[in-house]
Design a binder for this molecule. Structure first.
Ligand code: ADP
Ligand code: MG
Length: 401
């Protein structure tokens, strides 16, 4: 992969940088600036080398036309604060305002162009349309730096076509993300534990398929656990269950046994009378969920305290841990215990601990953990999962020689 070191002297040169500034907004207030913070090192690197830095990104899913609620202006303002220097903001992406902003840039200056997805060419299915849009972006710059790890699994104009139109390299964030993902898939230090949760098994099939042969322990919690419990022949009440994946889970359990992988499932479950903060709760054995006072209507919304303790012990005894997917409905405090225990255990790993997935990253921050307590928190949910699934990512392929 071509890195920043492969670019020549950047003094006075125009560099267009694809970042992922797709932050959650409440109106115009940024509720988690993690992705902007993660974009800063590459931008600083370019500023320090006196480049003229043109930052592009998407935000949300506008439908190929300007939509004020998806403006990147709040992100541009926050970027300026983090960089400690003024940042020009262009109110369009490839129009007159953008063109003016690029011309006005001094060496070491930074401009942010408006949301890429205000233009239909960015995400078009038609390669020619994407290329036409990428050509307009390319006209602004001498070099391209790709640093939006969250989008490298997408064949989009600013990710894929643009990289072919200008001399291009990966930024520091992509480099870091790829290094971490590489160490999770190539000769990880052992014991190696993978902790999976979240809502659906069907979202994580690829990861289980690809990682099963290389892990020592597979810990499963979250909504997907009930399909595994059903695969073992247990009733799960009204908990999340993907009936069409039961056979797949039966196969995973069988394959794990053949491969000598220990599958750690919860032994107790927090069952709720209904979905909500005011639900009544009970703790049941994982193999007797319907024995709770709520019978067949009980909903398993978190792993139980014994399981949380056991999961934490297994995690802390590992040298490499990858965690994706909350253990329970952490958004409601009474169902956050399992997720909290797993997050805490990851911070105590003597080795590499990695958190992947949008909701998992949000969960650790909401629960009060600091990014620095983990080996790495991935900025790319879909992208990191696809990397771990062993898929080829177009936005990375295009940066290879
Ligand atoms: P990530 O974004 O980290 O990959 P997912 O999107 O797969 O994670 O899953 C996150 C969601 O899973 C959270 O909103 C959480 O509330 C939900 N979840 C976790 N455990 C359960 C459960 N037992 N029942 C229903 N939903 C659950
Ligand atoms: Mg998610």
């Amino acid at each position: 992969m071509r890195t920043l070191a492969s670019l020549p002297n950047l003094d006075g040169k125009r560099v267009i940088v694809r970042c992922d500034l797709n932050v959650p907004l409440d109106g115009t207030t940024i509720t988690d600036d993690g992705r902007i913070v993660a974009s800063v090192p590459t931008i600083k690197y370019l500023v320090e080398r006196r480049a003229k830095v043109i930052v592009v990104s998407h935000l949300g899913r506008p439908e190929g036309a300007p939509d004020a609620k998806y403006s990147l202006e709040p992100a541009a303002t926050r970027l300026g604060e983090l960089l400690g220097q003024p940042v020009l903001f262009a109110t369009d992406t490839v129009g007159a305002d953008a063109s003016g902003a690029v011309k006005a840039l001094a060496s070491g200056g930074v401009a942010v162009l408006e949301n890429l997805r205000f233009n239909p060419g960015e995400t078009s299915k038609d390669a020619e349309e994407r290329k036409a849009f990428a050509e307009k972006l390319a006209a602004f710059a001498d070099f391209f730096v790709s640093d939006g790890f969250g989008v490298v699994h997408r064949k989009q104009a600013s990710v894929y076509e643009l990289a072919q139109l200008l001399p291009s390299a990966a930024g520091l964030l992509i480099q870091k993300e790829v290094e971490v993902a590489h160490s999770l898939t190539t000769a990880p230090e052992r014991p190696y534990a993978v902790v999976l949760g979240g809502s659906k098994v069907s979202d994580k099939l690829g990861v289980i398929d690809n990682l099963l042969p290389s892990v020592n322990k597979l810990l499963i919690g979250g909504g997907m656990v009930f399909t595994f419990l059903a695969a073992q022949g247990h009733k799960v009440g009204a908990s999340l269950l993907e009936k069409d994946q039961i056979d797949t889970c039966v196969n995973y359990l069988k394959r794990a046994e053949e491969l000598g992988v220990e599958v750690v499932l919860p032994t107790d479950i927090i069952v709720a009378s209904k979905f909500g903060a005011d639900a009544e709760v009970a703790i049941t054995a994982a193999d007797a969920i319907e024995s709770s006072p709520f019978g067949a209507t009980g909903l398993g919304l978190d792993i139980g305290p014994d399981s949380a303790k056991h999961f934490a012990e297994v995690i802390k005894a590992s040298k490499t841990v990858f965690w994706n997917g909350p253990m329970g409905v952490f958004e409601i405090d009474k169902f956050a215990g399992g997720t909290r225990a797993v997050a805490q255990a990851l911070t105590e790993v003597d080795g590499l601990s990695v958190v992947g997935g949008g909701d998992s990253a949000a969960a650790v921050r909401i629960l009060g953990f600091k990014d620095e307590q983990f080996g790495h928190i991935s900025t790319g949910g879909g992208a990191s999962l696809e990397y771990l699934e062993g898929k080829s990512l177009p936005g990375l392929e295009v940066l290879n020689d």
